[in-house]
Design a protein around this ligand. Structure first.
Ligand SMILES: *Cc1c(COP(=O)(O)O)cnc(C)c1O
Length: 495
């Protein structure tokens, strides 16, 4: 019988323990994936009818382990070099397992999440503290409007809440009255933004009114930003700065963006997307790159990307905790009690206790542990950077602020004075397609303006991206992976 209460206790424990073992071994596996099939083959295998008769729990577990899991990508593999969302922090896994069983609902404190609400508040305060926002004294935290942040399911949700705040800030009451002409544009850097900000505007009824400002070296061109803000004065509700854009992880000059914006229109909502930039706060070695962020109105952080915690957990932090009143909603269904997070989390009703994974991770590491973690990641990144720079077939496109190294394979015929952008891109895309096809290694790929002019200023390139976040990546992996990429490039050139 599937219900816990109906099953023999020891059999239930044995089955669930088996999954812990399988899960740990999966993460410790070196392979990116055990079994690769084409999407249509996976579809035909898994998109089946609901069985008429019950399947015993042991057989379901067997199916999960033997059929489904081998086709899953293992981002904790040291051969998975494109991201670093390992989800492999043991304390975080423990927190996640507890949350799975405890079944708390962060919508309300009193009857749905008595202690979970306060571990969540603690986590939000730790994040605020790390990034540079000041916290009120614990005894002054009397309601959810004294906390200064909310957790969401991802950077997309956090950015969307930030855009709602920007909208309400410029046109108070839009929540109730609907969008009017007073709702304005937002400013983003051209070519390097994350789609979530534009989508957010579309979802919240503002229309995708995005003004793209040219960049230099993957940061705002300050002269252009200044000119845009002056030319469009009164039409802009928010300026968004990437504290680590999602391609190169370049950290914006936040102080400059803040000063330019505030000097032209102090009403503009300043939002920093620090999905990646949170990593800078781990170590004093990088902390200075965040200078100025403490004066932004809101900051998105994405711990599930940078802290080895299992999905999904992000947070939106606000400089002035009370500003969350701008997007609060009240209902008799959500207890109107002081600590009910349901009142300040737009789009989210029932809410799992995701933050306990981060709570456990941060407790386990402490500040020093986070600094050590980041130091190791930087060493990995520097090693990779060196290997790319020493390889005559490869060219690095960014100077890493954090752990992202963007690089391209250069065909043997490459002439720096007359780069054949189309051929370089064709080969790079073909390399990436082969990498995905073979599934032995993983690098990420995207389109990117050549903003440092290392191949041709302004050209749209399709490079590969390495990320040094995964603690299991050793130098041998990096060497082997680059030899593989170079080998693929050579072979593709012959075709
Ligand atoms: C990944 C990312 C997001 C979106 O985060 P999700 O957690 O995927 O929703 C937003 N902004 C930036 C810069 C990102 O890299």
């Amino acid at each position: 019988m599937p219900l816990l209460s109906e099953m023999d206790r020891n059999s239930a424990i044995a089955l669930l323990n088996q999954l812990v073992t399988v899960g740990v071994d999966f993460k410790l596996d070196d392979q990116v994936t055990r079994k690769r099939l084409a999407p249509a083959e996976i579809r035909d295998l898994l998109v089946t009818d609901l069985p008429e008769r019950s399947t015993g729990v042991p057989s379901v577990v067997q199916e999960l382990v033997e059929t489904v899991l081998p086709m899953c990508n293992n981002e904790a593999s040291p051969r998975f070099l494109g991201f670093g969302h390992t989800g492999a922090d043991v304390a975080a896994l423990a927190g996640g397992l507890l949350a799975l069983f405890a079944q708390q609902n962060l919508i309300n404190q009193s009857f749905a999440a008595p202690s979970a609400t306060f571990t969540e508040i603690a986590v939000i305060r730790w994040l605020r503290d790390l990034i540079g926002f000041t916290n009120p004294a614990v005894t002054d935290v009397k309601t959810v409007w004294d906390v200064g942040g909310v957790t969401t399911y991802g950077g997309t949700g956090s950015n969307t809440t930030a855009m709602m705040l920007a909208r309400e800030n410029i046109a108070p009451g839009t929540m109730h009255e609907g969008v009017t002409d007073a709702t304005r544009n937002i400013v983003v850097p051209a070519g390097i933004g994350h789609y979530s900000v534009k989508s957010a505007l579309e979802w919240i009824g503002c229309g995708g009114r995005v003004i793209e400002v040219p960049t230099k070296g993957y940061r705002y061109d300050r002269t252009a930003l200044d000119r845009t803000l002056r030319d469009r004065q009164g039409e802009i509700m928010s300026v968004v700065a990437y504290t680590g854009d999602s391609r190169t992880h370049t950290v914006e000059d936040l102080r400059a963006v803040h000063d330019i914006t505030r000097s032209i229109d102090p009403q503009i909502w300043l939002h920093a997307d620090a999905c990646w930039g949170l990593m800078c706060a781990f170590t004093p070695e990088l902390g200075h790159k965040l200078a100025g962020i403490e004066d932004f109105d809101s900051i998105t952080v994405d711990p599930h990307k940078v802290m080895d915690i299992p999905y999904a957990m992000s947070a939106l932090l606000v400089r002035d905790p009370a500003s969350l009143r701008l997007v609060s909603s009240y209902s008799d269904l959500i207890m109107q009690e002081d600590f009910a997070f349901g009142q300040v989390t737009p789009f989210i009703g029932t809410k799992e206790w995701s933050s306990i994974k981060l709570w456990a991770m941060m407790r386990a590491h402490g500040r020093r542990g986070l600094a050590d973690l980041m130091r190791r990641r930087l060493i990995t990144t520097r090693t990779f950077t060196g290997l790319v720079d020493d390889n005559p077939h490869l060219l690095r496109l960014n100077d890493p602020d954090m752990t992202a190294v963007v690089f391209m394979y250069l065909p043997t015929s490459h002439d720096p004075l007359h780069p054949d952008i189309e051929r370089i891109n064709t080969i790079s895309k073909a390399i990436h397609a082969r990498i995905l096809d073979e599934g032995r290694w993983h690098f990420h790929q995207f389109s990117l303006p050549d903003d440092t002019g290392r191949i041709q200023q302004g050209a749209t390139l399709h490079p590969l991206r390495f990320m040094g976040n995964n603690g299991r990546i050793a130098e041998s992996h990096m060497r082997d992976a680059l030899a593989y990429v170079t080998g693929l490039g050579r072979a593709l050139e012959q075709q």
